[in-house]
Write a protein that binds this ligand. Structure first.
Ligand code: LLP
Length: 421
């Protein structure tokens, strides 16, 4: 459920008519709903009630500081994967003890930044990384809490580019080698090995791969405890999928995911962390765009929008589906049209949808891409010298630009033409 609904024949974000925002901000722009963000966070937080837990929002999904603030104010932790994300989380006041640091390629500089700024734990992904973190920690006179990410070799049954828990993926250490690696880690004076981390992929639409992975983590917990490690925290990752296509069967609900966690690890006397990103932000955002032209081709009609692959890259990158609707509600029973929906960027890959049957629209009309709150703005680029598009947050009757559209001056003034040219 989200808060983007038609009212009086026009799409609203919570209480605000979308055309009103478009008139102020111009198109294209990302539009987020605070109420939806809060609702989604609460589903996880309340779903894990009864277990000692922390929901660490995977801020790679949407790291605008206003979005982070909404969640941080509700008590969310943050899952960060770079020094930049760490800095953003700290900038909105997330305390270090609520930040976990994931990722396969943490640099020494990032480790120093997080140790000095405060960190809940590092999720380690390899032995070389373990050695370096130990060196950095010892150099700073610190002992840092760590989990080790295990790769359970389960098939998450999702798009191959976002699957992370198979043996061939770059993530984590093979679970079969875990006892050996934990034994090595326990010898390192700069590390305090407190738990296990496991994340198997993104946009999962089935709980079975989670169940398989959690069983393996539970078994490993027993073995590691028997080996003398004080395993007291499990980070079970994120990845729960969202319904991009309303016609499809909906993925499992957060409450079902949380119940599975309770069922599998509830008896272990551990603190649980999860790292949802997409489910919190995805359906809390839409991308609003304007039709520039409807171009009638020989065998197809092209809907040419003012947004492009640089603004929302997911369709070009993963062939992903985003529902596209007219901002002005079509009249009941109105005929649908079929379009290839494209942007103005100069390559054929700049296609949002081929042969899409959708609301009929005309030049000048606004359209909304649904489910664009996660992995939308954060993956945007300035390809074709198109400035990053603004982001707007709605809260009831009010809205605010939470990242403005840069001017062309700002865009081009970042280049430096050397004096010797
Ligand atoms: N934790 C870790 C260690 C991750 O690598 C990820 C996502 C998450 C949590 C959050 O997963 P989520 O709950 O959002 O599914 N750009 C792609 C998605 C990449 C996901 C990468 N890792 C897309 O647009 O579909």
């Amino acid at each position: 459920m989200d808060h983007f609904l038609y009212r009086d024949g026009v799409l609203h974000a919570e209480e605000v008519p979308v055309p009103e925002i478009a008139a102020t901000v111009g198109t294209p722009f990302y539009l987020y709903s605070r109420a939806t963000l809060e609702r989604h966070f609460r589903l996880f937080d309340e779903g894990l009630e009864g277990l000692e837990h922390l929901v660490c929002y995977a801020m790679k999904a949407n790291s605008n500081q206003a979005v982070l603030k909404v969640l941080a104010d509700m008590g969310a932790g943050m899952d960060v994967v770079s020094g930049g994300e760490y800095a953003r989380a700290r900038a909105v006041g997330v305390p270090g003890e609520r930040i976990v640091f994931s990722g396969v390629g943490k640099t020494r500089a990032e480790m120093v930044q997080a140790i000095e700024g405060g960190i809940r734990q590092f999720n380690l992904e390899s032995e070389p990384e373990m050695t370096v973190l130990n060196e950095v920690a010892v150099g700073l006179g610190a002992v840092v809490p760590v989990t080790i990410r295990v790769n359970p070799d389960v098939d998450a049954k999702t798009h191959e580019k976002i699957s992370t828990g198979k043996a061939e993926n770059k993530f984590g250490i093979p679970i079969a080698r875990a006892r050996e690696v934990y034994a090595e880690a326990a010898e390192l004076p700069g590390l305090d090995v407190i738990g296990i981390d496991c994340h198997i992929g993104s946009q999962l639409t089935d709980l079975a791969p989670y169940a398989e992975a959690f069983d393996l983590v539970v078994e490993l917990t027993g073995q590691l405890r028997a080996d003398g490690h004080d395993i007291r925290r499990l980070d079970l990752g994120g990845g729960l999928g969202i319904p991009y296509e309303r016609s499809n069967e909906a993925p499992p609900l957060p409450v079902e995911f949380c119940n599975l966690i309770k069922e599998k690890v509830g008896h272990l006397d551990v603190e649980v962390e999860i790292e949802p990103g997409r489910l919190i932000a995805g359906n809390a955002g839409v991308l609003i765009s304007k039709v520039i032209y409807v171009k009638e081709g020989e065998d197809r009609n092209f809907l040419i929008l003012d947004s492009a692959m640089n603004d929302l890259v997911r369709p070009a990158m993963y062939e992903s589906f985003h529902e596209i609707i007219a901002v002005n509600e079509p009249t009941a029973g109105a005929e649908k049209a079929r379009y290839d929906v494209v942007g103005p960027v100069c390559e054929s890959g700049d296609t949002f949808a081929k042969g899409r049957v959708m609301d009929e629209v005309a030049a000048g009309d606004f359209v909304a891409f649904r489910s664009a709150g996660a992995y939308g703005a954060v993956m945007a680029s300035e390809y074709n010298s198109r400035p990053l598009i603004p982001e707007v947050l709605v809260d009831g009757h009010q809205f605010a630009v939470i990242r403005p559209r840069p001017t062309y001056e700002e865009l081009i003034n970042r280049d430096i033409v050397p004096s010797w040219l």
